[in-house]
Design a protein around this ligand. Structure first.
Ligand SMILES: NC(=O)c1ccc[n+]([C@@H]2O[C@H](COP(=O)([O-])OP(=O)(O)OC[C@H]3O[C@@H](n4cnc5c(N)ncnc54)[C@H](OP(=O)(O)O)[C@@H]3O)[C@@H](O)[C@H]2O)c1
Length: 234
């Protein structure tokens, strides 16, 4: 593994996360590609022989998150970049959203990002270097119907990450929030993807944005990026 930069990527089995895994591996990073289904990740990435490790990690479970971090440290000694990408939604009106929906969305998106960021931050502070990239959503700064709790989960991350950034600037840790609009992934129902596929962004385009952030010079911190489909929200 040598001196390769090490990425811990959550939600790597499908969609945007899978695209990020493929491009970062191809650019020479060693990627710990994680989700609840390491077998699916393994099936997708096996052609990238030896340049990644697929691990089971449920971001809603503190023990699973901490175990994953311990495994990465014991194998690679560090996490250079954490990419908080795992996320879920429900596409329901507020009236139809129940407590189970609320807990699932908040626990995965907001709490999951909190737990993973907590796991890596002390090590990054000790090394005086590191980057956390959060895949949020334009929902964090918009009022999208049928996305109330999802929006709240993403704006919660936006807010606490902006505060975290100020707290760790002196340690040269960069925090970047990426806010994509509609992207053609399994998050959307099949009929929506069929109807709007030419108005949605591709996962690969979002992964290009992530690589742009990763490639930025050492002396700059890209803090927030809003990415929308050319024709706007669907
Ligand atoms: N698609 C869009 O329009 C859009 C727009 C803006 C932002 N985003 C954000 O982009 C991120 C990726 O979503 P996507 O669109 O690529 O959807 P996706 O294809 O459904 O991917 C979601 C990923 O999250 C993982 N995941 C879900 N629950 C998890 C848990 N408890 N622990 C660990 N991993 C979990 C899934 O893996 P497993 O099921 O294998 O665990 C999967 O890899 C999300 O944060 C989403 O909010 C999406």
């Amino acid at each position: 593994m040598g001196n390769k930069k090490v990425i811990w990527l959550t939600g790597a089995s499908t969609g945007i996360g899978l695209a990020i895994a493929k491009t970062t591996i191809s650019k020479g990073y060693f990627v710990y590609a994680t989700s609840r289904r390491a077998d699916v990740i393994e099936g997708e990435l096996m052609v990238c022989n030896g340049k990644y490790s697929a691990l089971n990690c449920d971001v809603t479970e503190p023990e699973s998150v901490n175990e994953t971090y311990r495994t990465i440290i014991s194998n690679s000694g560090k996490v250079d970049v954490l990419i908080n990408n795992a996320g879920v939604t429900a596409f329901k009106s507020f009236t139809d959203t129940d407590l189970n929906d609320y807990n699932r969305i908040m626990d995965t998106n907001s709490r999951g990002t909190f737990l993973c960021s907590k796991a890596v931050i002390d090590g990054m502070k000790q090394r005086k270097s590191g980057m956390i990239i959060n895949i949020l959503s334009i929902a964090a700064i918009s009022s999208l119907t049928e996305s109330s709790v999802y929006s709240a989960s993403k704006s919660a991350i936006l807010t606490y990450s902006n505060v975290l950034r100020e707290e760790v600037r002196k340690d040269r840790i960069k925090i970047c929030n990426i806010l994509p609009g509609a992207t053609n992934t399994e998050m959307w129902a099949e009929e929506v993807r069929e109807k709007f596929h030419d108005k949605m962004m591709n996962s690969e385009s979002i992964s290009d944005v992530v690589n742009y952030v990763l490639d930025a010079p050492d002396d700059i911190a890209i803090e927030e990026i809003i990415v929308k489909p050319v024709e706007g929200n669907i």
